[in-house]
Design a protein around this ligand. Structure first.
Ligand code: GDG
Length: 467
């Protein structure tokens, strides 16, 4: 078995426990099975970054290799091109892209720097797997240095339709960079289709034959979807072991006959938070019986505070929640509980289980793991209802949720009311279906599916339900 080399913008902490969760755990497991390397940015800034030796730590058969970035590279590459250009562009938000040529130069520079620093650690039969939108040009940088290894890429966020992509001044360089990988993985068939359409409609280094087979100078490139998921059992177990304070809160609500709607998202403009708050306001207005009978708990920890668009959304959320709370609160009831801080993962799981509605309404999302976590956390004998945006990647499989248009405030209010009044049998039936979808597409199937493709063990074509 080849060694695996995982490359991500931030190198993960390889000591995290399964409960702390997420992707890092699944990838670290795969590394331990095969032996390998996790390479990325340490999170530190240093003006001598280009001259410094990477910091290497050994964890059994896994090497953790971390580099630092200069302040200028951090500004142009991370704050600039990655998060002020690619993030909004790939989430269909051309209107807030802040383009500067120096940002793209910085992006290119850092992709080159990562390739330069990783090169001495690579072995000829390694398999390299790069993660996410920070590393589109990374494989090309390695190929320019003579690397012949198999290289895969997984994009965690959406890939935009061809005309949106083409609005970026660097679209040709980005797509040709991407084509240096052997496997290009997306969350959904829509995303994979968007790149295939681009390759047909715009000139690039790729040749597409009549069967949709893609080659670059004779080398075959596979484009496919590999839907990401969670470790359902670990999350479900965590949800059942509620910390005391969550248990007390759930009991209190039970005595008062109050239901809870929950939302959990980084405070990001792609998550549709202002419209979600407005939809909750509309619920109170249209269905007066919900007053004092329903609370909306929104947890929204801060993120990327050095990107200006994030300060705007923060102000907007404070003003919207303040207005609704001012209008409806009573001395013994506050309609919206808005928490702009990070909550520990075990508490989050218990709060999901104790909430009757999971309200997940991104305007655009690669997958959205919160939707899956909410479902995994429920009691199958008395499950809550998931209200899910049609524009989350998760909606491609989780069609037993109540699907909403996240721009339609009235529809969201109506569906919230439907969720709050849904009979037990229908809730159980929908939950059963949702459990099947999150089991079909979990963290394991994502990992195994992608690695099989990277090793060339499976051919192209779509992932099937029973894969
Ligand atoms: C990107 C793509 C894709 C949130 N608040 C807290 C907290 N969280 C955890 C959630 C969940 C994770 O963060 C967020 O994952 P999402 O998938 O919902 O969204 P992104 O962060 O935008 O992730 C996305 C994902 O990559 C994976 O490919 O699904 O589409 O945008 O696990 O529970 N965790 C804790 N406290 C919080 O306050 N502990």
């Amino acid at each position: 078995m080849s060694r695996l080399v995982v490359v991500s913008n931030r190198v993960a902490d390889l000591t995290v426990s399964a409960q702390q969760g997420g992707l890092a755990v699944a990838l670290a497991d795969a590394l331990r099975q095969r032996g390998g390397v996790w390479f990325g940015w340490s999170g530190e800034n240093s003006d001598k970054a280009a001259q410094e030796e990477p910091k290497v730590e050994q964890y059994g058969n896994v090497e953790r290799i971390a580099v630092s970035l200069s302040k200028k590279d951090y500004g142009d590459f991370y704050v600039g091109y990655a998060n002020s250009v690619l993030w909004p562009l790939f989430h269909y938000r051309l209107d807030i892209v802040k383009y500067r040529r120096s940002y793209f130069d910085g992006y290119n520079r850092v992709n080159q720097l990562y390739a330069e620093k990783l090169l001495p650690f690579l072995k000829p039969d390694d398999m390299i797997w790069a993660q996410d939108y920070h590393l589109i040009l990374f494989a090309k940088a390695l190929r320019e240095r003579g690397c012949k290894q198999r290289m895969g890429y997984f994009l965690h966020i959406p890939f935009p339709p061809p005309d949106l992509m083409a609005a970026s001044p660097n679209h040709k360089a980005l797509v040709n960079g991407l084509l240096a990988y052997d496997v290009i993985g997306f969350q959904t068939s829509t995303d994979a289709h968007n790149l295939r359409r681009y390759l047909i409609e715009y000139p690039s280094d790729a040749e597409v034959d009549g069967n949709g087979r893609i080659t670059v100078e004779g080398r075959e490139v596979r484009i496919d979807r590999f839907p990401i998921g969670i470790d359902n059992d670990v999350f479900a177990e965590m949800a059942q072991n509620s910390p005391d304070d969550v248990q007390i809160d759930i009991m209190r609500r039970r005595v008062l006959g109050r239901k809870q709607i929950i939302g959990v998202d980084r405070l990001d403009y792609s998550k549709g938070l202002p419209a979600r708050v407005q939809a909750f306001g509309r619920l109170l207005e249209k269905f007066p019986q919900t007053e004092k009978a329903v609370t909306f708990l929104q947890i929204a920890p801060p993120t990327r505070e050095d990107v200006s668009a994030y300060a705007v959304i923060r102000k907007e959320m404070e003003s919207l929640t303040g207005a609704i709370n001012g209008k409806y609160s009573d001395f013994n009831w506050t309609p919206i509980r808005y928490i702009h801080r990070s909550v520990p993962r075990d508490k989050l799981a218990a709060l999901f289980r104790g909430s009757q509605v999971g309200f997940v309404t991104p305007l655009r999302d690669g997958m959205n793991l919160v939707a899956k976590e909410y479902v995994a956390a429920q009691d199958p004998e008395d499950p809550g209802v998931l209200v899910l945006s049609q524009f989350a990647g998760a909606a491609e499989e989780m069609n037993a949720a109540l699907i909403v248009n996240p721009y339609d405030i009235d529809e969201m209010a109506n569906k919230l009311n439907k969720a709050l009044t849904m009979p037990l049998e229908e809730r159980k039936e929908r939950h059963r279906h949702l459990m099947v979808s999150i089991r079909n597409f979990d963290a394991r199937s994502w990992l195994d599916g992608f690695l099989a493709a990277l090793e060339g063990r499976t051919n192209g074509g779509d992932v099937t339900e029973d894969a």
